[in-house]
Design a protein around this ligand. Structure first.
Ligand code: PHE
Ligand code: FE
Length: 276
């Protein structure tokens, strides 16, 4: 995702992308001709390595939809993916230079447009990159946009974001994004699986989130989730688990305005605070 800085946390570093390329809505043309052979190779190697460990760790819907991204050997043209994606769920990918502010981000989602950073990490950042790049945004987020329920959830999230912005509640809503779309786990018939993009695009966190005895895993609960801070530079110490995408959709259907009002007066939980 290209996401508002509030989601990824305020950073001292200037963002890497060239924002002079962007239009008023922060979108730009995907500079496909600008990718080097090394860029395509980085994508290919990241893709292969992550694919190997998906069975047993990634949600079934994600594994099933992954082939829609097209050839793994090179960074896809977003327009190619769009032909399939639009037919499946009426979503479209739009290129962005990197993280974008909250309101433009929510506006794109509300219009079923998903912002995808078009540049890829440098080879020396193969293991870890702080900002989302095209591998995170595309590989991590896009397969589940082919799922009709998650696709609708994302649009609702965008509309909810515009409302949260009016109510000054973006931080609470961002936590919901973080603990579902980025770092969510799902209980499937075959066992616990990951559906969050931050996990699915991470070589280390995918097995960690599903199998490690270290982090706590709580059933997704709106109030608890919206009160829980998060860390952007380490594996999560708390994951929230859903039973199905339908459950996530239904759980978030209520009007959040009274919820925000109530939560404002309540203390926050630290990212690693244990339920006792
Ligand atoms: N129901 C939320 C509201 O009223 C909107 C929302 C839907 C937010 C789905 C996130 C996900 O603000
Ligand atoms: Fe993301």
């Amino acid at each position: 995702m290209a996401v508002q800085p509030a989601v990824y946390g305020a950073s001292e570093r200037p963002p890497r992308g060239d924002y002079t390329r962007a239009q008023d809505d922060y979108t730009c043309a995907q500079d496909w001709a600008g990718y080097s052979a090394q860029d395509h190779d980085t994508y290919h190697r990241l893709y292969l390595r992550q694919c190997e460990q998906l069975p047993g760790l990634a949600s079934e819907a994600f594994i099933d939809a992954l082939p829609h991204l097209g050839a793994k050997e090179r960074i896809p043209r977003f327009d190619d993916v769009n032909e399939r994606l639009y037919r499946a769920t009426r979503w479209q990918l739009v290129a962005v230079p990197g993280l974008i502010p909250e309101v433009p981000f929510f506006t794109l989602l509300a219009h079923r447009k998903f912002p995808v950073t078009d540049w890829i990490r440098r080879p020396e950042e193969f293991e870890y990159i702080v900002e989302p790049d095209v591998f995170h945004d595309l590989f991590g987020h896009v397969p589940l946009l082919f799922n009709p329920v998650l696709a609708d959830y994302m649009q609702r999230y965008g509309e909810g974001g515009l409302k949260a912005a009016r109510l000054g509640a973006c931080e609470m809503l961002a936590r919901l994004y973080w603990y579902t779309i980025e770092f969510g786990l799902i209980r499937e018939p075959a066992g616990l699986r990951a559906y969050g993009a931050g996990i699915l695009s991470s070589h280390g966190e995918l097995p960690y989130s599903v199998q490690s005895p270290v982090p706590q895993r709580l059933p997704l609960q709106l109030e608890r989730t919206m009160r829980t801070r998060y860390k952007i530079d380490s594996y999560q110490q708390t994951y929230f688990v859903i039973d199905s995408f339908e459950q996530l959709f239904q759980l978030t259907a209520q009007d959040f305005e009274p919820l925000y009002a109530r939560l404002r007066g309540l203390p926050e939980y630290a990212a690693d605070e244990r339920v006792v």
